[in-house]
Write a protein of this length. Structure first.
Length: 271
């Protein structure tokens, strides 16, 4: 799912530092004694007992979510220093600004095994589609893509494997989040990833049950992503066994947002 071409934007006249590489994260797990200790990109360990106590005290185990303003944001100037080796064709109008310099029909086709049950989302300006985000992350060998869900004013939930490759113990060094991409265009800003959090056990083992990460984002034109597009509610549960869900995301062969239904946890869908 590598995407080489990419736009880098200057945020209100200054550049926010990108996320830090993985060695600090990898080394930090040695100081962890709980599988659910969280480790960020700077190598800091957030103890499970500390953050769960804080969550319980703040009653944050359930959040109501937010609709956001839905404000369409203007584009900023492109910093040409960051365009080296990242060719990007662009037009600064929201209707024709293509991510990665590619129009929707330019992406390489991929094989779908069996019936393709995905359905294209035609309107990403409404909930919950507006809170689903297209993510591009830079590793040492290139750019990769993932899907995320806005869960707070400056937080996005995604997969841990999107920011950390446990096979070679390498992590993302930079990344951007585009909420509500539709037909390869975006209208609600581009938010740089400034930090991420994954569990200690995932760093050590790649345990698929802990394949989740929380991204912390910068502001765009002084606005937080959650204030603009809103964020979805959260609820802590002890088990999801036997439940059904509808998944939304950006598959590797599509830049458009798609959804599909998952029944009884029998099917895993990777966007």
């Amino acid at each position: 799912m590598k995407k080489i071409g990419f736009i880098i934007l200057v945020m209100v006249g200054f550049i926010i530092s990108p996320i830090i590489n993985a060695p600090e994260t990898v080394n930090a797990q040695k100081n962890s004694n709980n599988a659910y200790d969280m480790i960020n990109s700077k190598g800091e360990v957030i103890k499970y007992e500390d953050y769960i106590k804080k969550l319980k005290n703040s009653k944050s185990l359930v959040t109501e979510g937010s609709e956001g303003t839905g404000e369409v944001l203007p584009k900023t100037e492109i910093n040409t220093d960051f365009k080296k080796n990242k060719p990007y064709k662009y037009n600064l109008t929201p209707e024709t600004t293509y991510i990665g310099g590619k129009s929707p029909n330019e992406y390489f086709p991929q094989v779908v095994i069996g019936a393709d049950g995905r359905t294209k989302v035609s309107n990403t300006s409404v909930t919950p589609h507006r809170q689903i985000a297209y993510i591009e992350l830079e590793f040492r060998d290139g750019w990769y893509t993932c899907t995320g869900t806005v869960i707070g004013k400056d937080k996005v939930l995604t997969n841990a494997h999107c920011v950390m490759d446990v096979t070679n113990q390498s992590g993302a060094i930079n990344g951007y989040v585009y909420p509500a991409v539709n037909n390869n265009t975006y209208s609600y800003g581009v938010y740089q990833i400034v930090d991420y959090y994954i569990t200690s056990n995932y760093v050590q083992t790649g345990d698929p049950t802990q394949d989740f990460a929380v991204l912390k984002l910068s502001t765009y034109l002084g606005k937080n992503i959650g204030d603009v597009v809103g964020y979805l509610p959260l609820r802590q549960v002890s088990s999801i066994q036997g439940t059904s869900a509808k998944l939304y995301g950006y598959p590797g062969d599509k830049i458009e947002q798609y959804n599909e239904v998952v029944f009884d946890n029998l099917k895993l869908s990777h966007f």
